[in-house]
Design a protein around this ligand. Sequence first.
Ligand SMILES: [Zn+2]
Length: 261
Amino acid sequence: MEEKFKQVAQWIINSKRIVVFGGAGLSTESGIPDFRSPGGVWDRYNPEDFYFQKFISSETSREKYWQMATEMYEPMKKAQPNLAHLAIAEMEKLGKLDCVITQNIDGLHLKAGNSEEKVIELHGTAMYVSCLSCQKRYDRDEIQERIKKGVKVPYCDDCGGPLKPATISFGQSMPERETQEAYDRSSLCDLFIVIGSSLVVQPAASMPLVAKRNGARLVIINRDPTPYDDMADLVIHGQAGPTMASILEYLKMGLMPHESF
Ligand SMILES: [Zn+2]
């Protein structure tokens, strides 16, 4: 395993444009459940109630949605970045990160210290709320305060439109700018590192393919096998946090002048 960590560190040192692609497995060590796992929130709510079209068309659906969203937000708000988030933030400080593309909505890369222009949130973020009519953005905590005070469905102060967490719901289209940027950066990078994603949700899952086709090296760090393992230059089946912490150690060693390993 140590040889693999060293190899990834060496590739990071030798690469000019590095894209990290993160999935749910990157945040589970921060105590954020993978919502698709058994025991997750979908065992208690019916996903069909949360399709975007229902949110738009029914006050009852909006009320249910906000109940569930409030339940999901509490642990997310308290969650702290783990070793993997911290290692990725450190990569940025070392000038070794083009961007991190994430499927997560927990805002933990920003909490860990990555700058906003380096983080592409493919599925939006739970840290903000936006008005579906005028797109005005609100801080999530401000809206949760209203819910705490008894508001069941919050509406926009400016235009009266329905407010919804700035996440992408079932049936809602992917954000155009973020998706395009994620594809562009994937195609331009020379090292693509997947962390904690099983690479089954589209369109995200096709990004490693785009990177690989354009000549990038592909590294996959995930607890379980993924459909792209065969194509990868290196696969580590392990936990995101400890793996990234070890790679970071070798990276720092390797970047020090007159040191090599
Ligand atoms: Zn509005």
